[in-house]
Design a protein around this ligand. Structure first.
Ligand SMILES: Cc1cc2nc3c(=O)[nH]c(=O)nc-3n(C[C@H](O)[C@H](O)[C@H](O)COP(=O)(O)OP(=O)(O)OC[C@H]3O[C@@H](n4cnc5c(N)ncnc54)[C@H](O)[C@@H]3O)c2cc1C
Length: 307
């Protein structure tokens, strides 16, 4: 069911309550990997937990839904923009990280959800903390990585998680990996859960070892992924197979829709030109999905989150 647009009265209440960190009609394209799509009618950038809780309370009181945005590296925003819910960005605040415990074998790290994964990998590289090497090169924030259960080369962000701090409704709770039950590209968060921070327990090794592995992984990624503007894999791998293999066999490489084209190098990646629209991308995805379904009877599920 389509939800209704945020009305003038709700906007006025929001502007009154959340004045310090609310922006109206904020363009979202520059904040996403594809750089397509319209504006957010209501865009909130809470700097800290109190502002985030205030935002969620106000939205709940006004019976409005929201979408949480991290680094926008896995988001596809509709060309018409997001007008029926507020967008809450955690990429500006929630950026702190620190080592909160340490012994001769391991360290405990606390990180806010707005921290870039790249910053955490840099920390582990300098300190010689093992566990995140295989995630090197994945763009976005920690919150997005936990929501998506981001992973690569057989590792995922949940491998070394001790606990995740989540705002659920207006209650702050701790959740363990066992409670979240992350599965492939889904961190197991409930509906409107917001990740605010997480604790990780990483074994110690040497800076030299972590650096060598990170360099190797980044090089492999450069060889595997095409250059240009894209958002990594658009479809999830179906059980026991690879979406890229199926898409390649179904003749998708090079397919084009407006300013969007399936990469000739990687059949599960859509590369976009400057003038591409979200519609170009979604039309192309529909064609890719149809071809795979017709050829193999498998319905691919998008990895990209569409709003
Ligand atoms: C070039 C490129 C390569 C990529 N390679 C990989 C790869 O190898 N492996 C991989 O797994 N992914 C890959 N991705 C996809 C993407 O980088 C990951 O999914 C990333 O973890 C998303 O983080 P983000 O902060 O950008 O999230 P966003 O794109 O902003 O959001 C993604 C989802 O997470 C939710 N979310 C974001 N923050 C929070 C929060 N704090 N609380 C609750 N929900 C939240 C959003 O609502 C949305 O549903 C790639 C993307 C690009 C552009």
């Amino acid at each position: 069911m389509e939800s209704s647009l945020i009305n003038a009265e709700q906007k006025s209440e929001l502007k009154h309550a959340l004045a310090g960190f609310l922006v109206e009609n904020e363009p979202l394209a520059p904040k996403t990997a594809f750089k397509t799509g319209g504006s957010a009618a209501i865009y909130l950038q809470p700097k800290n937990l109190s502002e985030l809780v205030l935002a969620v309370k106000t939205l709940t009181w006004l019976e409005l839904k929201f979408l949480v945005m991290g680094g926008g590296s896995n988001l596809l925003v509709a060309d018409a923009g997001i007008n029926d819910k507020a967008v809450i960005s955690l990429a500006r605040g929630f950026k702190g990280y620190e080592i909160v415990g340490s012994d001769s074998d391991s360290v405990m790290i606390r990180a806010g959800s707005g921290v870039r994964l790249a910053a955490l990998i840099q920390l582990s590289l300098i300190g010689g903390y093992s566990g995140w090497e295989n995630l090197a090169g994945i763009p976005g924030t920690l919150g997005g990585a936990l929501a998506m259960n981001a992973g690569a080369h057989g590792a995922t962000i949940y491998d070394y998680v001790s606990a995740v701090r989540v705002l659920r409704g207006t209650e702050l709770i701790w959740l363990t990996r066992a409670e979240l039950k992350p599965v492939y590209r889904n961190g197991g968060l409930a509906g409107q859960d917001i990740v605010v921070a997480a604790y990780f327990h990483l074994p110690r090794t040497t800076s030299r070892e972590v650096t060598a592995r990170v360099v190797e992984i980044k090089q492999q990624r450069r060889q595997r992924l095409p250059p240009g503007r894209h958002a990594g894999s658009v479809f999830k791998n179906p059980a026991g197979d690879f979406a890229a293999r199926l898409l390649d066999k179904a003749g998708c490489k090079g397919l084009r829709s407006g300013g969007a084209q399936v990469s000739e190098q990687h059949a599960n990646v859509i590369v976009v030109e400057k003038d591409a629209t979200t519609r170009d991308i979604t039309d192309l995805m529909a064609e890719m999905r149809d071809r795979v379904e017709q050829s193999f009877g498998i319905v691919l599920e998008p990895e990209i989150r569409m709003f």
